[in-house]
Design a protein around this ligand. Structure first.
Ligand code: PYC
Length: 316
C-alpha cells in the first residue's frame, strides 16, 4: 500500500496512492457507500494504530466520473466514511504537487458530495473552493446530560455540524480533554433527541467557540470529529458551515476575509461568495474559500502481514 502522509495546520492526512479495494466505477457517492459498507476493516486499518495515528483522515484516490477533475477522492476517519474534508483536500493538493501530478494553478477534484476546486499557490499553500454550504437551522437548544441546555446552529459544509457559539467549556488548548467530553455529550444529546440536518443528515461533527475573540481578532474553534478525535486544524468543512452561519446572520459580507484559529493555534483564512447554483435546499447557499498550508511528512509502503493479529488496527 503506497501512501503519502501530510499535515494541514497540524491535522494529519494519509493519501493512498495505490492498493485500495475495487469500488467499481459508479458515482463517487455510491463508491463511498460501498467503502463504508464492505471495507470497514480496510479503511480503519489505514488510519488507526499501529499503521496510522490519532486524528488521521485517510484519502483514497479514485478515477473521477467527470474527466475535467484531476482526481476523485473518498475521505474517511477511524469511525466513518465522510462526505468532504477541507484539511484533507489541502493535503491532497500538496500531495499531488509532491508526486508531480499538478503544478501551481487551479484544479477540480471530485468528492462524494460534489466537485471542489483547489488552487495551489506554492507547493504548500492551497485554497479550497468548497461545495455550496448553508445554515439549516438557527438556535436549536438541546438538553445535555451533566451540562444542561446548550444552544447551537445546524449547518452544512460538506458534513453536518452543530455549532455552539458559547461553549460550556472555554476553547483553550489546555482544556482538550474536557472539550472532547463536552462535544461527545452534545453529540449524544443530538442523537437521543433525534435532531438531524436537512434530509435527515446525521450531525456527526460538533464545533465549539469561545471566548469570543483571540489575539488575532477572530474566533478559535474546537471541532469534534466522528471518531472522537479533535481536529488540530480549524476543519475546512466546519469553517464552511461557520461562514454559512455568519453570512445568514449578516455578520460577514461576501468577499471579506476572516481568520479562523484552531484549538492548537494554527488557522485558515476564510471568505465566501454567494452561490449562484440552483439550491437543493430552501436556504441561501454560499461558496466557501478556505486557505491553509499542508506539509508532506512521510512517503511509505505499508506492509500488512496476514499473520499480524493487529493487521486491522487496534480495536478498543
Ligand atoms: O477539514 O473538513 C475538514 C475535516 C473533516 C474531518 C476532519 N477534518
Amino acid at each position: 500500500m503506497l501512501i503519502v502522509d501530510s499535515h494541514t495546520e497540524g491535522e494529519p492526512t494519509r493519501v493512498i496512492l495505490e492498493g485500495g479495494p475495487d469500488l467499481g466505477s459508479g458515482p463517487l457517492s455510491e463508491r463511498a457507500a460501498c467503502l463504508e459498507r464492505e471495507h470497514k476493516d480496510f479503511y480503519r486499518s489505514m488510519v488507526v494504530e499501529p499503521y496510522g495515528q490519532e486524528a488521521m483522515v485517510g484519502v483514497l484516490l479514485v478515477e473521477p466520473v467527470d474527466p475535467e477533475c484531476v482526481t476523485g477522492v473518498i475521505y474517511f476517519d477511524a469511525a466513518a466514511v465522510i462526505g468532504m474534508c477541507g484539511h484533507g483536500t489541502i493535503g491532497v493538493a500538496a500531495t499531488l504537487a509532491y508526486i508531480g501530478k499538478i503544478g501551481i494553478g487551479s484544479y477540480k477534484i471530485e468528492t462524494p458530495v460534489g466537485i471542489v476546486e483547489v488552487t495551489l499557490s506554492d507547493k504548500n499553500t492551497v485554497t479550497v473552493k468548497n461545495i455550496d454550504s448553508y445554515r439549516f437551522q438557527k438556535s436549536i437548544t438541546v438538553d445535555v446530560e451533566g451540562i444542561g441546555k446548550v444552544t447551537g446552529d445546524i449547518a452544512y459544509g460538506g458534513n453536518w455540524f452543530f455549532l455552539v457559539d458559547d461553549s460550556p467549556t472555554p476553547v483553550l488548548p489546555n482544556n482538550i480533554r474536557s472539550l472532547t467530553e463536552t462535544g461527545i455529550a452534545i453529540r449524544e444529546a443530538i442523537y437521543a433527541q433525534n435532531i438531524t440536518g436537512d434530509n435527515s443528515g446525521i450531525i456527526d461533527h460538533i464545533v465549539l467557540y469561545g471566548p469570543a475573540l483571540t489575539q488575532k481578532g477572530h474566533t478559535r474553534n474546537f471541532v469534534l470529529c466522528p471518531d472522537d478525535a479533535y481536529d488540530r486544524s480549524p476543519c475546512g468543512t466546519a469553517s464552511s458551515a461557520r461562514l454559512a452561519c455568519l453570512a445568514a446572520d449578516n455578520l460577514l459580507s461576501a468577499g471579506d476575509e476572516i481568520y479562523q484559529e484552531s484549538t492548537i493555534g494554527s488557522g485558515y483564512t476564510l471568505s465566501y461568495q454567494m452561490s449562484t447554483n440552483p439550491s437543493s435546499s430552501s436556504k441561501a447557499s454560499i461558496v466557501p474559500s478556505i486557505t491553509g498550508q499542508a506539509f508532506i511528512t512521510r512517503e511509505a509502503t505499508l506492509i500488512f502481514n496476514p499473520s499480524d493479529p493487529l493487521k486491522n488496527g487496534v480495536v478498543l
